[in-house]
Design a protein around this ligand. Structure first.
Ligand code: BES
Ligand code: MN
Ligand code: ZN
Length: 500
């Protein structure tokens, strides 16, 4: 999609479709007012017929309005003007794109970026509105067709979108919003593509190859891949215990983006890359097991975040670490009761082979110590309990450092890719006591998301650390089944905020 910004009168825009907002109840937005007066009240006369009252979700497509240069006018319901929040804005933009898709228009001019979006006693600036517009429209237009034998081509005909800004002085903010928004949207799309890929194709080796491909395409990203022999040497018995039941060899991928000052400490992003999670010997029930191909969404979000910041040339040092395995049952698979020694030297009794994410993450976290990180954030589809607690709207956040947690929460709020913090109190730690090893890999039925994080916290004592449990947010089920690309927007925003 080609985005441009423009400053001018809506009624004079010559396009296939001009998109304008309508508030409840039949109150014209600024752009709609301009259309109305240029058309000698044509618009208000149509509105009197009652076909639309302005509720969010409503829309009305009008053709050949007299006095208007565009051939179509698309009215989009914006709800009550005084309630126009960031989340309403996101819905409105999404609705407008979905509606545009159903028209024959290949290009359009949208005036929705002129809306006044309120947050508390402030309102969102042009940069925010335009960047959100770009991210949301790209996300709404996303399709995954590459493995269909027919209809591989995108169904969407829309090629060009012009976004209106009210004042010329906002031009450069608008331009950088389009650049950044496009970079983030590309990162989100990459994360979705990787995650939607079926598990027979998207194996640990495939992810390693994709990382190398990224390193070749982006000079600023340096990629290294460790194989099982190298991991064995490092003492990563915990990680390797997960892949030993699979024919697919484990990989440890490192992607380094160095855009910051010479000796700037890096932010390390660690992404869970279980390319398929059968549960292992503690095998999962078969219903919806196909969705366990999404168990590498944490890894995918690291890929997406790194490509986005590289495209933006963000002045920051970031290292992505992706431990990637397939969790299978088999003659050589881990048995419940096995005890393994992690890279940290701590021993782990594996009571449930389906709690495998923490087993690969703990070694990747210990490995991250070597980078002397400013902060480490791991991203993982870690617990079903998190889906029960927070649903699909918020990722779970647990952290050993309050300021880091705050920054991540704020970045989520800003982008609409939100997280909610859960406690990591000492009281929970005893749930993962083991009579035979330093710890068990499960903590019982209660507080499953927290005890998983308690496990990880034993490997993150040497740095500021946050854990994002994205089990509920990384993909959608049902008729919209597919990866969401979350939390790429939140992570990129966090990194942007760190730069200023
Ligand atoms: N990948 C799953 C978590 C998951 C389950 C994410 C369902 C999204 C939807 C993870 O490896 C897992 O199986 N976790 C177990 C942990 C339990 C055995 C302590 C779970 O949540 O049931
Ligand atoms: Mn599992
Ligand atoms: Zn898993």
């Amino acid at each position: 999609m080609d985005f441009t910004i423009k400053c001018g009168n809506p009624e004079k825009q010559r396009s296939a479709c001009l998109v304008v907002g309508l508030f409840e109840t039949r109150r014209l937005s600024t752009a709609a007012k301009a259309i109305d007066s240029a058309s000698k009240k044509h618009l208000s006369n149509i509105l009197k017929r009652g076909d639309i009252n302005g509720k969010i979700g409503q829309s009305l497509l009008l053709h050949d309005i007299p006095g208007i240069s565009s051939s179509r006018i698309l009215l989009i319901g914006c709800g009550k003007e005084k309630d126009l929040s960031p989340s309403h804005y996101r819905k409105i933009v999404k609705n407008s794109i979905n509606k545009l898709k159903t028209t024959g228009a290949t290009e359009a001019v949208s005036c929705l970026t002129e809306l006044n979006i309120k947050t508390g006693d402030d309102s969102k600036d042009e940069y925010w509105k335009i960047r959100q517009f770009v991210e949301i429209s790209q996300s709404t237009l996303y399709e995954f067709n590459q493995l269909k034998s027919k209809n591989k081509k995108p169904k969407n005909k829309l090629r060009k979108l012009v976004l209106m800004i009210p004042e010329r002085k906002d031009f450069s903010a608008g331009e950088s919003a389009i650049k950044d928004g496009t970079a983030i949207a590309n990162g989100v799309s990459l994360a979705r593509d990787l995650a939607n890929m079926p598990p027979n194709i998207c194996t640990p080796s495939y992810l390693a190859d994709q990382a190398k491909k990224l390193g070749r395409a982006q000079k600023s990203i340096k990629v290294t891949v460790l194989d099982e022999a190298a991991m064995k040497k490092l003492g990563m018995e915990s990680l390797l215990s997960v892949s030993q039941g699979s024919r697919q060899p484990a990989k440890l991928i490192t992607m380094e983006y160095k855009g910051g000052k010479k000796d700037e400490k890096p932010v390390v992003l660690v992404g869970k890359g279980v390319t398929f999670d059968t549960g292992g010997i503690s095998i999962k029930p078969s219903a919806a097991m196909d969705e366990m191909k999404f168990d590498m969404c944490g890894a995918a979000s690291v890929f997406g975040t790194i490509t986005a910041i590289a495209e933006m040339r963000l002045p920051i040092h970031v290292i992505g670490v992706v431990p990637t395995v397939e969790n299978m049952p088999g003659g050589e698979a881990t048995r419940p009761g096995d005890i393994y020694t992690s890279m940290s030297g701590q021993t782990i009794e594996v009571l449930n082979t389906d709690a495998e994410g923490r087993l690969i993450l703990c070694d990747a976290l210990t490995y991250s110590e070597r980078f002397d990180p400013a902060a480490v954030i791991d991203i993982a589809t870690l617990t079903g309990a998190c889906v029960v607690a927070l649903g699909k709207h918020a990722s779970g956040l647990l952290s050993n450092h309050d300021p880091l947690a705050r920054e991540i929460l704020d970045a989520g709020e800003n982008t609409g890719d939100r997280a909610w913090r859960l406690p990591l109190w000492d009281e929970y730690q005893s749930q993962i006591d083991s009579p035979f090893a330093d710890m068990a890999n499960i903590g019982g039925r209660e507080a499953g998301t927290i005890t998983a994080a308690c496990f990880l916290s034993r490997f993150t004592k040497k740095f500021h650390w946050a854990h994002l449990d994205i089990a509920g947010t990384a993909w959608l089920t049902g008729k919209n089944k597919g990866a969401t690309g979350r939390p790429v927007p939140m992570l990129v925003q966090y990194l942007i905020d760190r730069c200023s």
